[in-house]
Design a binder for this molecule. Structure first.
Ligand SMILES: Nc1nc2c(ncn2[C@@H]2O[C@H](COP(=O)(O)OP(=O)(O)OP(=O)(O)O)[C@@H](O)[C@H]2O)c(=O)[nH]1
Ligand code: SF4
Ligand SMILES: [Mg+2]
Length: 409
């Protein structure tokens, strides 16, 4: 997999007194011994950096710092190094223990707030001592998010991930392309838009409009056609297009008309990448294989449109999935903000492309599914998988294809 450049990673600094468990928290979240942990105060002397893919956020760089409450020349040197890290983090985590908060932690919060960096307060070692209510109230007021956890027992680590997602700066989620990164400037993307009775009258739907706008921004060319004109459109091009994007419902016909060497995917898969987490939703897709008769499947849509005719979420996906599994599944539908608090009854969540929602909320839903052990996929991925063309539809996205192969093996 191509690693994300360091500059594109969200930098997360772990700060706090010596021995509060900063390194232990890093190890708990990475599930690796990245940083040395010991009962001796002052174990971490130089900052330790760990780049990783942190679900549900994406590429991050953790920086574990030396505990900075000690005095003397060595303490001042550590403090200077820590200040340099304060200057470059996107999120500051102040690690503490119940009853330990004092002027030192207030100072750290002040430093972070001066730099307009969001703050997560992580109260560690709750296995030893719970956080009293009055202290909880005070810490909630000084932080953007408060988490109580035990790095040693692995308790609350999921809440910690969720807190990082909640406070992460909005531009971390917005800097991605929908499609233009797949189509070099001056090259053609063919967009296949069937005009059937489910298509809204007189306009295009949002994912199609967003893709066209992104191609224009990227100075690429967009050729928009109905599925039945696709062959003619391809034949009219001087050279093969850089990409074909289709409405998922026309997948099979389009896959047959597009030469195998031309990359092809769907609007919905593009939206999973842009508005969700494609690799995680690809892993969720493989769970279709384990579905059996009577299993409950949740179909979730971000907007509250009125279903018409052979609505994709109400009719087509249930039909295709049931055909693939070969027996009757039980489908529930939710729209808008009604994502259930309890996901345990479901064996699979199939989510729409979330074109009208925001990515942070979608990542939060994906995170909740992970925590509940319920796989989550997306409309386009489900359709591609049940039609047997998932590999082809993922070929434009090497890391998602890698996730697919890893999950299948
Ligand atoms: N009971 C308990 N002990 C913990 C927990 N987290 C860390 N510890 C212990 O606390 C001690 C210090 O942990 P470290 O992770 O090294 O702490 P640190 O903040 O990185 O310390 P310095 O690098 O010295 O600043 C070790 O003995 C850990 O095993 C926890 O959640 N519960
Ligand atoms: S929010 Fe979801 S259901 Fe609504 S138009 Fe976008 S992809 Fe379709
Ligand atoms: Mg340490």
């Amino acid at each position: 997999m191509q690693p994300a450049p360091k500059a594109l990673r969200l930098h997360i600094g772990l700060f706090g007194r010596r021995n509060v468990g900063k390194s232990s928290l890093l190890n708990a979240i990475t599930r690796q011994q990245v940083s040395i942990v010991s009962a001796v105060a002052g174990t971490t002397t130089d900052p330790v950096e760990k780049p990783m893919e942190l679900l549900p956020l994406g590429p991050v760089l953790f920086v574990d710092t030396a505990g900075v409450d000690d005095e003397g020349a060595l303490g001042e040197l550590r403090m200077q190094r820590t200040r340099a890290i304060l200057d470059r983090v996107d999120i500051g985590v102040v690690v503490t223990e119940a009853g330990a908060w004092g002027a030192f932690e207030d100072g750290l919060i002040g430093e972070l707030q001066q730099r307009k960096v969001p703050v997560v307060v992580a109260v560690n070692k709750i296995d030893l001592r719970a956080l009293p209510d009055d202290e909880r109230g005070r810490l909630q007021r000084v932080s953007d998010a408060l988490v109580e956890l035990s790095a040693l027992a692995g308790e609350g680590v999921g809440d910690f991930r969720e807190a990082l997602l909640r406070v992460a700066p909005a531009d971390f989620f917005d800097s991605r392309r929908i499609v233009a990164d797949l189509v070099p400037p001056g090259e053609v993307a063919v967009l296949v838009v069937p005009i059937d009775k489910e298509a809204p009258k007189g306009r295009l739907i949002l994912p199609q409009v967003m893709a066209i706008r992104d191609l224009l921004d990227g100075e690429s060319l967009a050729l928009v056609t109905q599925d039945r004109e696709l062959r003619r459109a391809l034949a009219g091009l001087a050279k093969p297009p850089a990409l074909v994007v289709t409405d998922s419902q026309a997948f099979l016909k389009v896959a047959a008309d597009v030469p195998p060497e031309v990359p092809m995917t769907s609007f919905s898969i593009l939206m999973a990448r842009f508005q969700g987490d494609l690799a995680e939703q690809v892993r969720g897709t493989i769970a279709i294989e384990a579905l059996k008769g009577g299993d409950r499947v949740l179909i979730a849509e971000t907007c509250t449109h009125h279903p018409i005719g052979d609505d994709i979420g109400r009719v087509k996906i249930p039909r295709w999935l049931s055909q693939y599994v070969g027996s009757t599944l039980e489908f529930s539908h939710v729209q808008g903000r009604d994502f259930p608090a309890d996901l345990s009854p479901y064996r699979l969540v199939v989510h729409c492309g979330n074109c009208t929602g925001n990515r942070r909320e979608m990542l939060s839903r994906i995170h909740r599914c992970r925590e509940a052990g319920v796989p989550i996929t997306n409309y386009g991925l489900t359709i591609a998988y049940s039609l047997g063309i998932c590999e082809r539809a993922l070929a434009p996205f090497p890391s998602a294809l890698e996730a697919y192969h890893a999950a299948c093996s």
